[in-house]
Design a protein around this ligand. Sequence first.
Ligand code: FAD
Length: 428
Amino acid sequence: MARVDALVLGAGIVGTSVGLHLAKRGLAVALLDRRAPGEETSYGNAGAIEGNTIFPPAFPSDPLALLRVALKCSPEANYHLTFLPYVAPWLLKFRAASSPARLMETARVIRPLFARAVAEHEALLAEAGALRYLRKEGWLKLYRGDRSFGALKGELALAQEFGISYRALDTEAARALEPSLAPVFRHAVHWQGVASVTNPLAVTQAYAARFAALGGVVVRGDARSLHRADGRWRVETTEGPLDAAQAVVALGPFAPDLLAPLGIKLPLGLKRGYHRHYRPTGNAALARPVVDTDIGYCLAPMEQGIRLTTGVEFAARDAPPTPVQFDRLLPSARQLFPLGEQAETATWMGSRPCFPDSRPVIGRAPGQAGLWLAYGHAHWGLTLGPATGRLLAEMMTGATPFCDPAPYRAERFGSRARELFADGLHDA
Ligand SMILES: Cc1cc2nc3c(=O)[nH]c(=O)nc-3n(C[C@H](O)[C@H](O)[C@H](O)COP(=O)(O)OP(=O)(O)OC[C@H]3O[C@@H](n4cnc5c(N)ncnc54)[C@H](O)[C@@H]3O)c2cc1C
């Protein structure tokens, strides 16, 4: 029977970072996935390492904004009508977590983890020989109206208190940074401390290669085969069964597939999102990701072209793609930046794994000795992968965690937390 110290299930950016941090601490680690590292959700994101994050996205408080979503006119959100009964309980919890007091609490408790995001990536990229993917140009958030920019007041005050650097810019100052943008916006904020990567897949691959260089083993298999055997955790791989005293579930939006049968039912919701790559017209270019905040999309310069990522869609994880948000936002996007031909015909879709309080679960699995959880990173899996890897590896090896892990405990949802979409998540 092959045996390692720790099994990491899921080789997205989160699992690969956890595996790498464990391997750096001298553990024998196997990283298991049914695909090659980084090919699921971690493939298609906007590449922003958002260490500046203060408030998570909130449930809309403006009735008009809500109406636009309900009427399916909003570029930033879409939903499948048949999925609403399944997602409604989660949305209610999300709305409760969006009260000003709860948002403020979240902003304060998540800061230590986010504050380490860029530094942790930079360290791993350096040791993986992959610094060429890192861009330290910040990111630019644009505001077409005075109202949305004015609503930032509280966030900017908190940024000052937290020591997060930013510059509020007018149209021309923003265009000095990004000359290819048309002057269709009135305000911008340049979050200078944000970094970004030019190829998120290549970053996960580089971390996986570094993991292998340290003696880690990357194996193929179905994580759902995890079970207890002889007092250890055992998983079936294409190379035979593999045992370990400790196992980490880092399956992102797929974690409930494994956890629900083990009786671990946490309120994970999914926000699906899409991307397409476009060639810029002529010499147009972007030096950093740009968010058109009022419309709700991001233009991220990638090795493959300009990656246009959408906002959120509430639908069953495995339901067929419905990329209708592109039709709603493309006129605005083309007005802002001269997008040319699509660089590839395919539209990519992935699911952000989100808990209602927008925090991941990082720590011990309740009621299952030797089982650890690292999932639910929502809009920030790329951002937080390496910091999560460090935190969990410190917890698993008995070292002092660099930040308080309490905000990320699974038990915060209470002992009776139920998996809200146990039946509807996959095929509603
Ligand atoms: C449109 C969009 C834009 C985004 N932009 C950003 C951004 O700019 N910055 C940012 O920080 N985050 C962003 N995100 C979020 C980020 O991409 C995710 O939070 C992150 O990729 C989640 O990583 P993960 O490792 O938890 O999950 P995944 O990458 O999905 O990894 C889970 C792994 O588990 C494997 N797996 C699943 N089931 C099984 C099984 N049964 N057996 C074996 N293996 C299995 C999968 O193959 C996969 O490799 C964005 C997301 C979307 C959708």
